[in-house]
Ligand binder design. Structure first.
Ligand code: SDX
Length: 428
């Protein structure tokens, strides 16, 4: 089709055209980069209708509940792949050959150790410190170990820091957990898979052998996969913006961790479980649904709704099945699952939620699985952050690999005081 255009008519001005760009799938975009020269800006707080970049990594169709990673549907990846293979796919763009995967797994395994000095960083935290506060601080501090050997314009050096982050985040996350419960840190083991290694660092103690339950290792790997990447969400956009100034990748990932922590974003899994525990029983669900619908009440159903998905989050469907599998395998009858299932049923029938297209999202079931695995609520968003590190660093790498990459610098609609002269204190 001939180049598409958008015509803009600003009152009192000549109409002008803006080019429209089309991608492989999804909405076309109007290229507004020259709009400033016409004396106007676009206005889109919350970025409801703004494409901040071009990307080849992940595609979401919110209306159809579709999530593709480099073109592959999340359902097929969850069924047939594993987290490290997905990491390779997200970062490099193609599924690895058997040899490429073996080399990648070996490289990641051999980067899981952290500098011994990092263990001392934790001593600065009070014992009650939230593990997300520790993760954010320690990952940011990793910059102090690697800031001088990183030329971010060199793809090979960017790849090395990406591998380091994917490898070391589980070690640091497990250290945050061990510190919070007063147990000794557990070193990574090269004979374990990525998910087995994380569970071993979380739950083993020097006093006895620990054997990783394969059901839990598989569930952990699924949870890692389902949280790996999700297009230009708040934390990924944070990492891109931080990275656009040339900041050290460890500092950028720390910024992503900070953004993810909010209850409207990655903190929702922790908030969702807390909400289910507060509801407590099926008969109290109507009371909380009413609160969620009450405009005067700030309460929202955690784990429901999504900026993009106006249909079921495809990750929630996989997570729901994993939830049932884990509870069955562990012979756990968790009343919170009954509350969650009944809440899902009621919400999906309630006109308020139907009209507003509020469906369970990725955070709705993950908390129940993590709780069943013996992981404390305060670690839920830490696990989300660990999983999402590959998404963050893949977007960071993609952005820095672009020709003509620019620093991100949005403009504003100024509504403050017009220019005025200074008034000395005696005249105020
Ligand atoms: C994640 O962006 C991503 O991709 C994020 C993520 C990822 O993988 O990176 O998918 C991970 O963050 C999932 C979302 C987890 N958050 C929660 O579960 C918190 C609860 N959900 C909401 O706070 C909310 O749904 C958001 C923040 C997720 C989305 O909010 P939007 O798109 O800004 O929508 P909105 O707040 O404008 O809500 C639209 C309407 C409003 O009512 P009206 O003002 O139109 O009358 O729906 C209502 C809201 O009040 N609404 C809810 C609700 N979510 C939205 N009402 C009750 N309960 C809810 N959960």
């Amino acid at each position: 089709m001939a180049d598409k255009k958008a015509t803009v008519q600003v009152t009192g001005q000549e109409a002008f055209e803006l080019p429209i760009m089309s991608g492989t799938a999804g909405n076309d975009v109007i290229d507004v980069r020259t709009l400033g020269s016409k004396g106007v800006f676009t206005y889109d707080p919350g970025f409801l209708a703004t494409a901040s970049c071009q990307s080849k990594i992940t595609f979401i169709d919110g209306g159809k509940g579709i999530l593709l990673h480099r073109g592959y549907p999340i359902e097929q990846l969850a069924e047939n792949s594993n987290y490290l293979e997905l990491c390779f796919l997200l970062l490099h763009g193609e599924l690895p050959s058997a040899e490429e995967l073996a080399v990648f797994e070996n490289t990641i395994t051999n980067h899981t150790l952290v500098h011994e000095k990092i263990a001392t960083f934790f001593q600065g935290f009070v014992i009650e410190a939230h593990p997300m506060a520790m993760l954010c601080g320690v990952v940011g501090a990793m910059s102090s170990f690697y800031h001088d050997d990183l030329d971010i314009t060199d793809p090979e050096q960017r790849k090395r820091s990406a591998y380091r982050l994917v490898a070391k985040l589980p070690t640091i996350a497990a250290m945050a957990y061990k510190y919070s419960i007063g147990q000794p840190f557990v070193y990574p083991r090269n004979d374990l898979s990525y998910s087995e290694n994380f569970l071993n660092m979380m739950f083993s103690v020097p006093a006895e052998d620990y054997v990783v339950n394969p059901v839990l290792a598989d569930a952990m790997d699924k949870i890692f996969m389902l949280h790996a990447d999700h297009e230009q969400n708040a934390s990924t956009s944070t990492v891109r913006l931080a990275g656009s100034s040339g900041a050290n990748p460890y500092a950028c990932i720390a910024a992503g961790i900070a953004s993810l922590w909010g209850p409207a974003h990655g903190g929702a899994n922790e908030a969702c479980l807390t909400m289910l525990e507060k509801i407590g029983s099926v008969d109290r669900i109507p009371e909380f649904v009413a609160k969620a619908k009450d405009k005067a009440d700030p309460f929202r159903l955690m784990g429901f709704g999504h900026r993009v998905y106006k249909n079921f989050d495809p990750r929630a469907k996989v997570m729901r099945q994993t939830c049932h599998d884990v509870l069955k395998a562990l012979h756990i009858e968790d009343p919170l699952l009954d509350v969650a299932m009944e809440l899902e049923r009621i919400a999906l029938e309630d006109p308020y939620f139907v009209e507003k297209k509020l469906y369970p999202n990725v955070d709705f079931y993950s908390g129940i699985i993590l709780k069943a695995m013996g992981i404390p609520t305060s670690m839920f968003t830490v696990i989300f952050a660990m999983s999402r590190t590959i998404g963050w660093i893949s977007h960071w790498d993609e952005m820095l690999g672009e020709e003509g990459q620019k620093i991100g610098r949005p403009r504003q609609l100024y509504t403050g005081a017009p220019q005025r002269d200074y008034v000395t204190a005696d005249k105020r």
